[in-house]
Design a protein around this ligand. Sequence first.
Ligand code: CA
Length: 230
Amino acid sequence: MATVLVVEDDQFVRSALIRHLADAGHTVRSVGTALEALREVAQVGFDVVILDLGLPDLDGSEALKMLRGLSDVPVIVATARDDEAEIVRLLNAGADDYLVKPFSVEHLSARLAAVLRRARGGAAGESAEGGRIRVGGLEIDVRRRLAVLDGGQLDLTRREFDLLAFLAARPGVVVPRRRLLAEVWQQSYGEDQTIDVHLSWLRRKLGETAARPRYLHTLRGVGVKLEPPA
Ligand code: CA
């Protein structure tokens, strides 16, 4: 269970969020402006912040930037605009995940669980036992560069392994393409196609397709996430 800060100016949405989070056993504090949120974050150690982007006092991305300047607390941004360019910008600006309003309670719970799991898994998202990552039936030994799926060892190229390990270390987190290029390819610019091609090879080795994903989920225009199959 977590200590959650809800930043939301809409009373109706705010009460619904508080009720749901409290029912799920979380400790909740809530504020209605970005400045109050900054003050709270500076004073209280939250496990996660749910940040509405349409606040009365500060622009959402401005609020996110200031919050990031204060704390490494995981931030889930909630936006009313299903605007891919905006979402990518926010993920690159340090948001850990996002929700598009109106979102369901199930969606919120899933995002929250993923962000908390990642935060508690340590900075690199790896478990304590010597760089091993486990997501569903997938096991990755980072040090020995071995990947096993449902008991069978995967035959991966260097780049495929790096891509898989990077995503598996952040289960449930949408990683923007630009970040993949920067972290896995160590390039600041590149063709989206490069990522697509490697993803499709990796998918084939994992025994899945883009149309019928199990672990690898592409969010068109936004990025990629790895999640255990439901
Ligand atoms: Ca609002």
